[in-house]
Structures are given as C-alpha cells and as structure tokens.
Design a protein around this ligand. Sequence first.
Ligand code: MG
Length: 378
Amino acid sequence: MTPGGAPLAPYAVQPGHGRGRRIDEPPAPTRNEYQRDRDRVVHSNAFRRLEYKTQVFLNHEGDLFRTRLTHSIEVAQIARSIARALRLNEDLTEAIALAHDLGHTPFGHAGQDALNECMKHHGGFEHNLQSLRVVDELEQRYAAFDGLNLCFETREGILKHCSRVNAAALGDVGERFLTDRRPSLEAQVANLADEIAYNNHDIDDGLRSGLITLAQLADVDLFDRCARQVRAEYPHLPDRRIVSETIRRLINDLVLDLLAHSARQIGAQAPQDVDAVRRAPALIGFSDPVRQEASALKRFLFSHLYRHPQVQARMSQAKRVVHELFAAFDGDPGLLPIEHRTRHQRLGVRAVADYLAGMTDRYALQAHRRLTGESLHW
Ligand code: MG
C-alpha cells in the first residue's frame, strides 16, 4: 500500500519481496525494510556530516545557502511526491534520495575531482561508489555488521553510476552495469529528483549570491516562461519574491512533465514487475522538449555559476587543500587518526581516500591548517 492507502503499482518494488540484506536480520515489528533503511541513513554519521559539506561553494557566505544536507532533503521531498503519484514505493525512494550523496567529498565537485586525481594509480575515486562504501562498510555503528546492512534495492539505487572495472568487483549490485540493465523505477525517480532539486536550488543560491542575475536568466527559456507568468500576474512583486515564486512554479512544471511523460512510457512498456522494469529502457524521464530546456538551464549554470571566476578561484584552492592533505597522510600514515591508521594497514592508500572523503569542508580546512600552518580564509 502507498501511505495514502492506494495499492502499489505492480512495477513498484514490493516490501517483503526484495532481494534482502547482505546479512539476514529479523524483520522490524513496526516498519517495513525500506523504512528501516531510511531510518538507518538518517541516524548515520555520514548523514550528519552533510550539513557541513559544500553544495556549490556558497555555504560559508550565508546561512540560507544549500548544503549537501538540505539538498538531500529537497531531493527526498521531490522524489517522494513523484513516487507517490506513480504509486511507487515511497519509502524506498526516500531512503535512496537521503543516502545518494553520503559519499560526497568536502568541497563539492572540486574535492571529488582532486581526490580522483590523487587516486588515479590506485583505482580512482567515484562518489557514487563511495556512497555505497559508506553504507556497506564505513559506518561503524552496529554490533553485528560493518556498514548499515541496507537492502539490495536501496544499494542498487545509491549506485547511480559505476565504471565497469569497479562494477565487476561489486557482485550483485554492480551487475547491471555489465549487463545493460536499469535499476528500479524508485531509483530512477530519485536520480531525476536530484537533477530537479539542484537545477532549481542552484539558480536560487546563484541569484542570492549575486553571481548570476535575473537579467541573465531571461535567456533561459524554462526560467523565463515562469518568470513572465509571475510578473504578469503580480506586477508589483519585489525581485526576491519573483525568484521564489518562479522557482516554485518551475519545480512544479518539471515534476508534472516528468510524471506525464513517465506515465506514458510505463503505459507503453507495461512492465509487470520490477524485473521487467530492469530489462526495459529507462522509463522515468522528461518529455523531449522539456529535457532540451532542462539541458539549456544546466548549460547556463555551468557557464555562469559553476565556472564563475569567484567559484573557480575557490575550487582551485579546494583542490590544492585536498591534494596537500592526501600527500601528507599518504606520506606519513602515522598522522591518521588511530582507526584510520588500522584500516591503512589493511587497505593501504584507499584508507586515506576514505578518511578524506568523510571530511566536512571545515574539518578539512582545520586539518590542512594543522598540517601546513597555512590559514586559508574563505
Ligand atoms: Mg545530489
């Protein structure tokens, strides 16, 4: 049943019929297994660290900017709305959405690129794979197992991308990258909800920071259409409220388009169960025109916000911090905290990457200050 009382669609992941956990556990008396997965994610250390991890390098500048934590909560909200409307498993969708960025490094994409460079002769660094490492291994809170021992379907959803080499080493959860299969619709929904969330909140944060302007956004059709409607209906609204109302409508338009198009595709394929979903092409998506408009919006954010000189300057500083931290800990593993030192004896340099990936922005800056004596002001 959905929380609203409607039965789940046949193509939804049905609680009680999944592929189970890596280590068997008795069922919880009051929660289904995906609700339990969600709860484990919320109680994890990695989830709390998201509060101090950068989304787009703006969170030190004011309290209203998104962090990875508020981003993840927005993704979960959008994903749940979509899942509910399609009669998918809302609990699983929520668990995937809340967990999707657990493996993110400090300093957003800059940190991840830098760590990948540091690890290039040791198997590289992929943040999706790292999210899976967090829930499979790195969280140490339960007596009976390492990690959170989440269900296969949750883990499948967390691993959004994966190289073939790494997929081959992962067993069941990596298989689909080698056999050209899709994940559940719940995972597909969480993935697109991520995109809807960051496109919209990055516009909002970009405007708030002053790095992009409303005038520039007039060139972005998707945004401009909603903004014109708002101005026509409310000619005297101050800019800040125009922005909020426009973004609210934009999220709504994107979700409605996604729902209509996905329902059409699901109807055409008529998958009878989750295995049929996995064999089918991706069924959750935007209509062609909206997908093109969404790509144009993404290109705008790349050229005007993510590549803004002010953001770029911070990114290169952040990359330097990660490289220098990596060099320090790799050069002298004795500098690692005791539990990471022990892991280093077993795993070598991967333990350094795990330690660095777990750092929050401010923890990384503190560690950098301690090791180099250099005090960076952000
Ligand atoms: Mg995300």
